[in-house]
Design a protein around this ligand. Structure first.
Ligand SMILES: [Zn+2]
Length: 253
């Protein structure tokens, strides 16, 4: 057994930096990173190196991932952590990657006490302490069409940030005064959005956001990175909180 001191040293070890050539190649394929300033780019590379050290990336169902694919996944998952920092990676250890959308068994008991069982097809999933799960085909589709409001890796990472304080409720851990402001601005925007969806009105972002406050936060986070102007026009207060949380807003040009 290794002595305690060497374990501690290993735990605190700074991650092996990503080879600069590999990082350059990985980042050029990610359109959201093009407008990243050099210091933020270095910060993202360091976060991604920490991700690769701390998370096990497991391709499933015959999928193969190259070293560069893994660096891209790490960079994408760390993009929402530029403002938050590496603490955003706490509490879970595995990234599972399916080749395509995947099916999960679902069961729920309805109001009459009847058990329903079925399957859902998902492109991403994140449980509080469990793995983060992504569909590789959908990650690729996001990269191919980067300004359309979709980014599944950002969506699932937003859930991970949300869950850090133990409650998946659409509010990540924030300083107290900000958290109060956030909760009231998000609640107001969510209620108005859910009402519009209910009434069948045309809405500015994906109506899946009306599902729950936590999905609203995750979907708005996708828009922050992939259609920020649309989000700003539709929900300026929400967009301002996200700009502050994420500390970087990509631009398409
Ligand atoms: Zn979600």
């Amino acid at each position: 057994m290794a002595p305690l001191t060497s374990w501690l040293r290993r735990l605190r070890r700074t991650p092996e930096p990503i080879d600069p050539a590999l990082w350059r190649e990985a980042r050029t394929a990610l359109p959201w990173l093009r407008s990243l300033a050099p210091d933020a780019d270095a910060a993202l590379a360091a976060l991604a190196a920490g991700f690769l050290q701390r998370k096990t990336i497991t391709p499933l169902a015959g999928l193969e991932l190259s070293e560069i694919d893994r660096v891209r996944l790490a960079a994408l998952c760390c993009l929402p952590l530029l403002g938050f920092g590496a603490e955003g990676l706490h509490g879970w250890s595995q990234l599972l990657v399916y080749p395509d959308a995947f099916r999960v068994d679902r069961s729920h008991v309805d109001a009459a006490g009847v058990m329903h069982e079925g399957q859902d097809e998902l492109i991403g999933e994140a449980w509080d302490a469990g793995p983060l799960v992504l569909s590789w085909a959908d990650v690729q589709a996001d990269i191919a069409d980067p300004w359309s409001g979709f980014c599944v890796a950002v969506h699932e990472m937003a859930h991970k940030l949300d869950a850090l304080d133990g409650a998946l409720d659409g509010t990540p851990p924030l300083p107290r005064a900000w958290q109060r402001e956030w909760a009231s601005d998000f609640q107001r925007a969510y209620d108005a959005f859910a009402r519009d969806v209910d009434r069948g009105r045309r809405v500015a972002i994906d109506d899946y956001a009306a599902e729950s406050p936590e999905e609203f936060f995750a979907v708005c986070s996708e828009y922050h990175f992939s259609a920020p102007k649309r989000l700003e026009r539709a929900m300026p207060a929400v967009a301002a909180h996200l700009a502050r949380l994420y500390a970087f807003r990509p631009s398409a040009s």
